[in-house]
Design a protein around this ligand. Sequence first.
Ligand code: MG
Length: 283
Amino acid sequence: MVQIKTPEQIAKMREAGLVVAAIHAATREAAVPGATTKDLDEVARKVIADHGAKSNFLGYGGFPATICTSVNEVVVHGIPDEKTVLKDGDIISIDAGAIVDGWHGDAAYTAFVGTGHAPELVELSRVTEESMWAGIAAMRVGARLVDISKAIESYIKRQPRPAVGDHSLGKYGIVEDYGGHGIGTEMHMDPHLLNYVSRKRGKGPKLVPGFCLAIEPMVSLGTPHTEVLEDDWTVVSTDGTWSSHWEHSVALTEAGPLVLTAVDGGKAKLAELGVTAAPDPLA
Ligand code: MG
């Protein structure tokens, strides 16, 4: 069953989403060469405390930290620690969440550490982020869940992948083992959202006002396949190629999508795509 939210509940989720946006802003500033991933976790912990919110990551299935820090070939679910020191040229995905009055927010972004990144990494992150926005723009009343998957996949497939070293697949790897999800009174709820179209899954539920989803493509420069390391969390690409991950939590309203974890509610970016974002209930 999909949990459908009232406008009042969406306003609460917006509060949680803005805490997540604040974690993103603070960790983005702290993700510099010489910082450890543990330092970033401390930054996130403080933002959550300052807002009087709660962490939904800490303790989730035993997860030991407040954010996931996934560096280079780590796709998702990297655990912050003192050993992982960020270096110039690294890319890191930071996935963060918060709970306000029982309502959850969840979002991730890919950051560049230092300067001088190879153009294919800049392009990888751009393609991943834009595919997320294509998915968000497809979140329309009356559409089906599969329309979001289709928008994400077809955006990625339209992008020529730059040649990288000896990897000449000529296309990006769309990670299939993980995907987006419903969100609300829990961080992970029905339905699961694939980042590609699967005939086996059918069209999925119809999108109605009150439908809330975390939309999160994960894309690698090589293989779509992943494996989990011995810590039972860290997910890496099986061929060691680097990957990007972007995520927003989005509420569908009568007036269109509201990007709960974007400071402007998604207004600017959706306008570029010809979609009007719903008004911010807290503005
Ligand atoms: Mg998520």
